[in-house]
Design a protein around this ligand. Sequence first.
Ligand code: SF4
Length: 173
Amino acid sequence: MPAELHGGGRFVLSRKDFVPAYVKAFEEGLLQKRADQAVESLGSCRVCPRDCQIDRFNNKIGVCKSGRQARVASAFPHFGEEDCLRAWNGSGTIFFGWCNLRCVFCQNFATSQLGEGAEVTPAELAGVMLDLQAAGCHNINFVTPEPSSLLCWPVRASPADRADSHTLPEQLP
Ligand code: SF4
């Protein structure tokens, strides 16, 4: 059995040995390459099963209505998440506007379906994440779209600006 599953049924990683995957990729010189690949993939977007094949890089809009830049509706330490995510300083939550799903029951409808928020550059998004880190949040929590449609934004944000300053998520004791 893998060591991570020895926590009495819980998935447990050793705090001492934990290194976030993006930090490891940055240290190994792979993060910028992955960011470049993520940006390139926008040219004919197939990053989610909607398979629109439109040019998001030049702001053509597919099912998710997301263009080249991320759209951020809000960012704050979230205390409404589960205990393991919010802990005592909150989960560093960023709500992105638009979504590639069309759930009529979405509890964040104004954000996911009406596009609440404003566009941010990769450097600005990196700044938002660093502000949440400085506020003591235990992790960065991307909310609203199904993950594959937004993944290029945080991947771009980290190498674009001070990747070596990002350290979250931390392992809680
Ligand atoms: S991420 Fe958006 S544009 Fe790309 S395939 Fe999915 S819905 Fe279409």
